[in-house]
Design a protein around this ligand. Structure first.
Ligand SMILES: [Zn+2]
Length: 139
C-alpha cells in the first residue's frame, strides 16, 4: 500500500472530492505516531469498521506489512465526515492501533466520536454536509 502522511489530502481513491483527508495509511519503514488511545474511541472505531459505507469498490486486498509475519488482510475503507472534511482511513486502522500502537491525530478521534452509525440516515446526511455529495452520487 502506498504510504501517505496523516492529514494530507487523500489521493488514492478515484473519487471526485477535494475534501478527503488521509488518516492511518501506514506502511513498513515509515514513521508514524504511537501511543495509547481510549477504550471508548477504539470501541467506536471498530464498530464503524464492521460494515463501512463504500462509495468505491476496492481494488483488492491489502496485507498489513507492519506485522512481521502473516499480517491480516483488509479491503475496505472508512469514511468519517467531520467539520467540513471527510477523513478516509483503511479499516486496517483498528489493527494498526491494537497491534502496532498507532496513535491517530486528535481531530480523527473527535471525528470518530461524532460519527453517526454506519449506514444510518444521519451518516448519509453527515457525508453530504461535509463535502461528500459527489461520493454519494458514486455509491
Ligand atoms: Zn499488523
Amino acid at each position: 500500500m502506498t504510504h501517505s502522511n496523516d492529514l494530507e489530502p487523500c489521493r488514492y481513491l478515484p473519487l471526485p472530492s477535494d475534501r478527503l483527508i488521509s488518516v492511518g495509511w501506514l506502511s513498513r519503514g515509515c514513521e508514524f505516531a504511537k501511543g495509547e488511545v481510549s477504550p471508548a474511541f477504539f470501541e467506536k472505531l471498530t464498530h464503524l469498521c464492521r460494515e463501512p459505507w463504500q462509495p468505491v469498490v476496492s481494488a483488492g486486498f491489502h496485507e498489513c506489512d507492519l506485522c512481521q509475519f502473516e499480517g491480516p488482510r483488509f479491503n475496505a475503507n472508512l469514511f468519517v465526515p467531520f467539520d467540513g472534511l471527510i477523513y478516509v482511513a483503511p479499516v486496517a486502522i483498528a489493527h494498526y492501533i491494537a497491534s502496532h500502537w498507532y496513535k491517530p491525530p486528535d481531530v480523527f478521534v473527535r471525528a470518530v466520536d461524532a460519527c453517526p452509525s454506519m449506514n444510518s440516515m444521519d451518516y448519509k446526511k453527515a457525508i453530504l454536509a461535509n463535502g461528500g455529495r459527489e461520493l454519494v452520487r458514486c455509491a
